[in-house]
Design a protein around this ligand. Structure first.
Ligand SMILES: Nc1ncnc2c1ncn2[C@@H]1O[C@H](COP(=O)(O)OP(=O)(O)O)[C@@H](O)[C@H]1O
Ligand SMILES: [Mg+2]
Length: 264
């Protein structure tokens, strides 16, 4: 059953200091199954963040419809939680306090809030660090806090906008594996933006390939690799074939950009 449905969605931004608008994405049609892990790739500026923000209900759309669980998205809601590229933590609060903050914002009235917070901190492997403050943590640890905060509010949909982009390759791989582990256990619907092709294939049931000028969906590639995914699969023939397909798509985008620049 599809949980997220986008029909002919377009998003426009107002150009600075003018009344003109700029079409960031248009003609977006996309169905995302409940409990699936969908990744989005595309070159910088093709509208990946815009698409996520629109589903989060944080920016208005110029046309089309976005439905989550059959309900029209009219603004942010508890059913969707977003994780941004830079861990947006409150520096004066501990790890526990930061994860708790998400629940406080939602006026979470259920019992055992602190127990719940501790549970999610443990889930992202920070059990020993609950009393630490953000400046005492590495970038990877800060992103774990961010993910714990998003999970703790129990959303149906997790929207992750390049959450590992600021991390080194090693940490990134570990975090990807852990995220899959959590997802396999929790079965949230996940929409994950990355510009790393391998990461998109490794994590996804489907890879949405976006292109630009205007921002749009070029293709959706089904990733037919068994789960749980393992690092050994990175060298499998199937993986290599997916990588080649996706690289070609993105290379084509860069070339057309080069042609536009050459013509200018
Ligand atoms: N707030 C904004 N105002 C005006 N233009 C924007 C704004 N945010 C993004 N854009 C433009 O919209 C396009 C898509 O941006 P974005 O969604 O951030 O792309 P991506 O995440 O794929 O790099 C880009 O051309 C960007 O410059
Ligand atoms: Mg972006």
């Amino acid at each position: 059953m599809s949980q997220i449905e986008l029909r002919d969605v377009a998003i426009e931004y107002r150009k600075p200091k003018s009344d003109e608008s700029f079409v960031a994405i248009r003609g977006i049609n996309l169905s995302i199954d409940k409990g699936s892990f969908v990744t989005i790739v595309g070159s910088s500026g093709c509208g990946k963040s815009t698409l996520l923000l629109a589903i989060a209900g944080l920016i208005p759309r110029a046309r089309g419809s976005i439905r989550v669980d059959g309900r029209d998205v009219a603004g942010p809601g508890r059913d969707r939680a977003m994780v941004f590229q830079e861990a947006s933590l409150l520096p004066w609060r501990s790890v526990h306090g930061n994860v708790r903050f998400g629940l406080e914002l939602q006026r979470w009235s259920r019992d055992n809030v602190d127990q719940r917070v501790a549970h999610f901190i443990g889930m992202v492997g920070l059990g020993q660090f609950a009393d630490y403050h953000p400046h005492q943590l590495s970038g990877g640890m800060r992103q774990r806090v961010n993910i714990a905060r998003a999970l703790a509010v129990d959303p149906d949909v997790l929207l992750l906008d390049e959450p590992f982009a600021a991390l080194d390759a090693q940490t990134r791989e570990v975090m990807g594996n852990e995220l899959l582990h959590i997802w396999e256990h929790d079965k949230k619907t996940a929409l994950f933006v990355t510009h790393a092709i391998d990461e998109a294939i490794f994590l996804g049931d489907k890879v949405v390939v976006m292109g630009k000028d205007p921002g749009r969906i070029k293709d959706v590639v089904e990733i037919d690799l068994p789960r749980p995914r393992t690092t050994a699969m990175l060298d499998s023939a199937a993986f290599v074939a997916y990588r080649r397909t996706l690289r070609d798509y993105i290379a084509a985008d860069m070339q057309s950009l080069q042609m536009i620049e050459d013509a200018a």
